[in-house]
Design a protein around this ligand. Structure first.
Ligand SMILES: C[S@@+](CC[C@H](N)C(=O)[O-])C[C@H]1O[C@@H](n2cnc3c(N)ncnc32)[C@H](O)[C@@H]1O
Length: 226
């Protein structure tokens, strides 16, 4: 695991000036993208594993090497945690795990836009959903690559449950909090999130905390759409 990291550099000084307009436009259009044939098997595998186990469903979206998936499974032993990442390379990496053996998690390779659409179509509502250190896409022109600026965002919110996002780029969390407030009417705020590297939930969190970055998060209990 790396021990140093650079702060995020961006050509934005604060939340994107077009954030509210982009979020509102996406909320007005039903998200439509054909489901990928490659997404069906990992989705079915994850949902079947959860249904066999039972308990509340927790999604670790963009789980990387799956370390946070295990940590969440350890923290919530009665729940079932599904870690999803598009990177086969990261998922295959054998990151050392010194915790107990766990049978309440699974990790799978899938594209999150596809996975979230499948959850919404199947009317599956995770109890908790974590977006831990998503790629920041920090350039002004990249707003629509950040999850709150993406056209899938209203679909993600429709899943309901507790949603938490963490980042080392404060603007990402400020924008996420504004977008959540805009679409739900629930006031969401950015919080500073002090982390002892020894207690980090994810490898990125550990790396940033060990490098002295200030970390940020926001969270919401989403109303369920159906
Ligand atoms: C910065 S890494 C953070 C990984 C992990 N959450 C952590 O904190 O250590 C972002 C992760 O999101 C994954 N990711 C980004 N876009 C994705 C997408 N559209 N579908 C699935 N995974 C995605 C990447 O492959 C990468 O592993």
């Amino acid at each position: 695991m790396q021990t140093t990291s650079r702060p995020v550099t961006s050509n934005q000084a604060g939340p994107h000036l077009r954030l509210a307009e982009v979020v509102a436009r996406h909320a007005q259009q039903a998200f439509r993208k054909p489901l990928s044939v490659f997404g069906e098997q990992p989705f079915d595998q994850a949902i079947n594993a959860w249904q066999r186990h039972g308990g509340a469903l927790i999604i670790d979206a963009g789980c990387g090497v799956g370390w946070s998936t295990r940590k969440l499974a350890q923290q919530f032993p009665d729940a079932f945690v599904v870690g999803v990442d598009q990177s086969a390379h990261r998922l295959r990496r054998n990151t050392p795990w010194s915790g107990p053996a766990l049978n309440n998690f699974i990790t799978g390779r899938a594209e999150l836009v596809d996975f979230w659409q499948r959850l919404a179509l199947a009317r599956i509502h995770p109890a908790q959903h974590y977006l831990l250190y998503p790629n920041p896409w920090p350039k002004k022109a990249q707003l629509q690559r950040r999850w709150h600026g993406h056209s899938i965002f209203p679909t993600l919110l429709s899943l309901g449950g507790y949603l938490e996002c963490r980042s080392n780029w404060k603007i990402y969390i400020d924008e996420m909090a504004l977008a959540l407030t805009q679409l739900t009417g629930i006031e969401v705020h950015t919080e500073q999130w002090p982390v002892d590297p020894a207690d980090a939930l994810t490898p990125f969190e550990q790396k940033y905390a060990a490098s002295g970055h200030t970390l940020w998060r926001c969270a919401i209990h989403l109303p369920q759409a159906d």
